[in-house]
Design a protein around this ligand. Structure first.
Ligand SMILES: [Fe+2]
Ligand SMILES: [Fe+2]
Length: 434
């Protein structure tokens, strides 16, 4: 679309229709952008078309400063001069045009930045022009505000042109253009505010879950590293199993909640260094039901998934797990995924009652348990994506407590099952560790 600047009858009306079409199109497109960088880049592109100008700079505002986000300049780009990519910031004060606009929350329309009125509180820094042999002249600076009038950024356009397709002479920005750019800037401000709020909500949700998990861990012997790693293993396996990105994001948080029910397990059982009696093991098993009871009934998808995982992460493919003895695909995929991720990490980790297992022994164990403890498809996916698994393992190194004098294979539950073979010991250790 080109915005003509000729003296034709009805030209203003035609221009207005063009501007409005651009605003509508940008409003629709802005609703689809994935992140703030894409939003600001799209805004800069649209602003340059609306402003029919040579250049554009976008700043994002926080409480005290303006952070340079991007700059475009068609003249410099045609000469092969690259825009500076530095992440510089300006204080929000009256000494620069952008700072002045962020402070006053009003647009500035300057005919020639080299001929500012003597009473102007801000000045123009010519160093970039000198460095690039460019001549800045007219400038339009617009605040990017949300619906409450908070300034979230500043849009700065340079050198308005009279001709079509970014040609002709540099002249001051017409006031009519200013009005449309204010509308564009407001659109972006609202979208940016919504994005920031969504991001803050997401962060606070993650923090809340982590605090919740930490509170339950005070009571347990597992470490935070275990939660981080097993959550990422779970997301990896879940995604490879065919679930989409948004479900996998829910899995990231939900898997962290798998053992929150342990908050109700008495210390005498949870921290008992030796073997559990059959009665104690029955108490231990209840953490699945208790976790489910705490989390179920919520509207939030991640709490719903968390409830499912808490309830089913000790079920086994062959039906020998607990609390309900579900079998095969009766066990929800979320529970099957977390079962493997949880056991894998637990066996690789040192705990107060056991040393970590050598990785080859862990792999052998997972293979041996394919079709008995674990869903064979998920075991296959695990080994098909071993590089990524090991990357996660390396990214979040264990900071586990040293093993005590307790024998490596002592389990709270092997006594409960009266088993003594090596395989049974391994199974016992898995049960306790996860
Ligand atoms: Fe558990
Ligand atoms: Fe765990």
């Amino acid at each position: 679309m080109s915005l003509k600047k000729q003296n034709q009858p009805n030209q203003d009306v035609e221009d207005s229709i063009d501007y409005l079409n651009l605003l509508v199109a940008s409003g629709l497109a802005l609703g689809e952008v994935a992140d703030a960088d894409e939003l600001l880049s799209m805004m800069a592109e649209t602003a340059m078309i609306m402003g029919n100008c040579e250049g554009c700079t976008v700043y994002e505002a926080d409480e005290e400063s303006l952070r340079f986000k991007l700059t475009r300049n068609r003249v410099l780009e045609s000469r092969g001069v690259k825009a500076p990519l530095k992440n510089y910031t300006l204080p929000i004060d009256l000494k620069t045009a952008a700072g002045f606009v962020a402070t006053s929350k009003k647009p500035l329309n300057i005919a020639d930045v080299y001929n500012l009125p003597s009473e102007s509180p801000f000045s123009f820094n010519p160093s970039f022009d000198v460095m690039t042999n460019y001549r800045s002249r007219s400038m339009l600076v617009i605040p990017m505000s949300d619906s409450r009038g908070n300034v979230l950024g500043v849009l700065q356009l340079i050198n308005h042109l009279t001709g079509e397709n970014f040609s002709g002479e540099v002249t001051p920005f017409p006031h009519r253009v200013e009005a449309y750019l204010k509308a564009l800037s407001s659109q972006c401000g609202v979208v940016l505010r919504n994005m920031r709020m969504a991001e803050e909500l997401k962060k606070s949700r993650i923090e809340t879950v982590k605090k919740f998990v930490k509170a339950s861990e005070y009571h347990d012997t597992d470490t935070g590293g275990h939660i981080e790693r097993m959550s990422r293993y779970s997301v990896l396996l879940y995604r490879q199993l065919g679930f989409d990105d948004s479900s996998s994001e829910v899995m990231r948080l939900a898997s962290m909640l798998h053992d929150v029910g342990k908050i109700s397990t008495p210390d005498a059982v949870l921290k008992k260094p030796g073997r559990l009696t059959p009665e104690e093991f029955e108490i231990m098993k209840l953490h699945t039901v208790k976790g489910y009871e705490v989390l179920r009934g919520a509207d939030s998808p991640f709490l719903q998934m968390g409830a499912t995982i808490a309830y089913t992460h000790h079920e086994k493919w062959d039906g020998s797990g607990y609390p309900r003895g579900l079998k095969g695909s009766e066990i929800p995929a979320e529970g099957r995924v977390v079962a493997l991720a949880d056991v894998f990490d637990a066996l690789c980790s040192r705990r107060v009652y056991k040393e970590s297992w050598p990785i080859d022994k862990v792999f052998d164990e997972l293979k041996n348990c394919s079709g008995s403890h674990f869903d064979p498809e998920i075991v296959d996916i695990f080994f098909e994506n071993l590089d990524e698994v090991l990357e996660i393992k390396a990214q979040f190194p264990a900071n586990d407590p040293p093993a005590s004098a307790a024998p490596a294979n002592v389990s709270k539950i092997d006594s409960a099952e009266n088993s003594s073979s090596a395989a049974a010991d391994a199974q016992s250790e898995i049960k306790k560790a996860s």
